[in-house]
Structure formats: C-alpha cells, structure tokens
Design a protein around this ligand. Structure first.
Ligand code: F6P
Length: 369
C-alpha cells in the first residue's frame, strides 16, 4: 500500500486544446479541498528538464488563487510543447549528429527530490505514452485524454474535440453563402492527423457535399462527379471538407515537414492539392480555406468544459483511491478508469461501419469512394 498523497504535479503536453485550463482548475480545486499541494510544470516536462528557462522556476505552486477564472479560457496556463519528448529527446552529439536520449529518469529524480507523490498528465497519445513509461518506472500517474483530433482509444471522446467541431461547423455554415453567391467550389481543410473525426462530424453538421477522411482513400473523379451532378440540378456550388491526413487512392498524404527525433511529421497541403485537381476536372472557380490552428483556439464549449471538469475531478478521486497507471475516460453514464497501456501508442480511427459514416452516405454526401 503506497503512502497517502500530499503533493501532486500537473502537466499539459502536445498541441493545446480548448478545455485544458478547465482540467487544471478542477484538479487544483479538488486537490486543494483534500488538503493536497499542487504544482504546475511548465511546457510539458520542459519545466523539469530546463528549469533555467523560467524566472519563477520550471515547476511552481498552483494555488486556488492561481486557477481562479480560467475555466472558460482557451490554451493552457502551464504552456505546452509537442517537441522534445523526454522518451526520445534529441541531443546534438559532438560530431553534429542528433541522437535520441531517454530523459525520464531526470523527471523521476525531480519528483523524488521535491517529494511530489503523483502526476496528472493531460495530453494526447504522445503525452499518455510518456505517462505510461513514468508509471512503469514507479511514478503514480493518472492521464487525462486531451486532443481536438478525438483519436484516443478507450474513451467515447476527448475534451477539445467538441469545441473544434463546433468552430469548424460554424465556418462551413459561413462558407455556404459565399460559395453559393459565386457558384464556386470551396475546399475546407481541417486538422485531425490520421483520423477523420473532425472532418466527418463538422462536415455532416455543416451540410458539406463531400467529406474526405484518412480512413477512406479518395478518388477525385468521384468528387468531380458529385460536383457535376449538383451543377446538373442547378446547385452550382459545392463544399468539400478534407481532413489534413486524407490521402488519394493512388498516392501519398500531404506533409509539410517529415518526422524528426522528438517531433512527429507535420501534415498540411491536402486542401490545395484537392482544390487544384477539382478545378482542373470541373473547370469551376475553386478556393481553399485552411482552418488549421483556429480549431485549437477559443473557449471550450460547455460539453468540453463539463468533460474537462469531470476528468479533472475524477483524476484526483482516482489518485485518492490509490489508482495509478490509468487514464480517466468518458464512458456512459460515468467516467471510467482505463489502463494507460491500453491507450498508449494506439489510435482510434473512424470505424467505417459506424452509423455516422452511414449517416453521411444516407444523406448523399460524397466520401470520395
Ligand atoms: O494533434 C493536434 C493537432 O492540432 C493535429 O490536428 C495537427 O496535425 C497537429 O496538432 C499540429 O501540430 P503543430 O502545433 O505542430 O502545428
């Protein structure tokens, strides 16, 4: 039986997502209400690995006062990073080559030195894989599932996803009128990495006419046929939502930069590619709108705020109950505890037989196949 908890640390890793501050606030309030001390780590684990970068120290006390009024704010008061994964940290060697080093022992030594009993790690797949590794090395850890991409397994949804979908839907709504006025094809590129959740949910909600997702390799002749069919019916405009990770039947996905040590590949450019090809095939005036990082900004929706607060308080309850090596997950009707090892390194793609895909098909939305 491990000793009772007195002190916990919180970190946020990977891309920011609406709801991070709501999780931080709810962890701090419910931990302080149990008499625990809370510490925030700056920028993922950089606050521990590079304390000299921070004037107030890389790890600082989070009081009730520090989290007052942040529940509705986007971003993260702790800062975040999706570079420099401590499991594969890029270090430049004397010969100029970059080598991949495991720095997790430094994190464990820091926790022991500061007598911090547990970590609440708020993040996506990368952060939860690091959390799992720290748990395997003996640290008490609870993960909280964050990502606008909704690509984490074993949870009905991640917080951040609903806010991203709501904003993308509003953008699609606005693009209907301008596309129709100019009789144009407008291609809307959305984030989501290798999963099509944002594209599918916002595309259906916003009544797009075609939706291209990574799970269904696309054939642009099919999309062009949809545009021609709409033209023949007098519907002289078409909206195409494309997920950044979508790829053609014969071809590669579009990337901006390849993966390097400590950083995943950067996706982008598929919108331009699709727009150009559709313009060539249909002769129609075509435009591209890349929503990109706009999907990560702004206030969380009430759904995401509530999910964030349920996750944050459940993480504290889990630690109090002696749980470790788990992620809090949205089940029904309550929050579930799922082993981190069942989540780390796995991706939840859109299942092709799910009713949402069927909904798109029944609504005659072209999925590019
Ligand atoms: O995982 C969240 C996400 O926003 C992805 O949808 C996107 O591919 C990636 O992060 C972009 O990351 P960066 O902040 O490096 O541009």
């Amino acid at each position: 039986m491990s000793h009772p908890i007195h002190r916990i640390a919180i970190c946020t890793g990977g891309g920011d997502a609406p709801g991070l501050n709501a999780v931080i606030r709810s962890v701090v309030i419910s931990a302080c209400n149990r008499g625990w001390e809370c510490y925030g780590i700056h920028d993922g684990f950089n606050g521990i690995l590079f304390p000299e970068r921070y004037s107030e120290g890389g790890v600082y006390r989070l009081t009730r006062e520090k989290v007052r009024g942040i529940g509705h704010l986007g971003g993260t008061i702790l800062g975040t990073t999706n570079k420099g994964n401590p499991l594969h940290f890029p270090i430049e060697m004397p010969d100029g080559k970059v080598q991949d080093v495991d720095r997790t022992d430094e994190i464990l030594r820091f926790f022991a030195m500061k007598q911090i009993d547990a970590l609440v790690s708020i993040g996506g797949d990368g952060s939860l894989t690091i959390a799992n590794a720290l748990h395997q090395k003996g640290l008490r850890v609870v993960g909280v599932p964050k990502t606008i991409d909704n690509d984490l397994d074993k949870t009905m949804t991640t917080f951040g996803f609903d806010s991203a979908v709501a904003f993308a839907t509003e953008c699609i709504d606005r693009l209907h009128s301008t596309a129709e006025s100019h009789q144009r094809v407008i291609v809307i590129e959305v984030m989501g990495r290798y999963a099509g959740w944002i594209a599918l949910h916002s595309g259906i909600s916003g009544s797009a006419h075609a939706i291209l997702i990574p799970e269904i390799p696309y054939d642009l002749d099919k999309v062009a046929a949809k545009i021609h069919a709409r033209d023949a019916e007098g519907r002289l405009y078409t909206l195409v939502v494309v997920a950044e990770g979508a790829e053609p039947v014969h071809g590669q996905r579009a990337i901006v930069a390849p993966a390097e040590i400590g950083h995943a590949e950067r996706l982008g450019g598929v919108g331009d590619r699709v727009a150009k090809a559709l313009s060539e095939r249909t002769g129609k005036d075509t435009r591209v709108v890349v929503l990109g990082h706009l999907l990560r900004g702004g206030s969380p929706t009430s759904f995401d705020r509530l999910a964030a607060m349920r996750f944050g308080t459940a993480a504290v309850r889990a630690l109090e109950e002696g749980q470790t090596g788990i992620m809090v997950a949205l089940g029904f009707p309550g929050v579930d505890y799922v082993p981190l090892e069942e989540v780390a390194g796995r991706m939840k793609a859109v299942p092709l037989d799910c009713d949402t895909v069927q909904t798109a098909r029944d609504l005659a939305i072209c999925l590019g196949d």
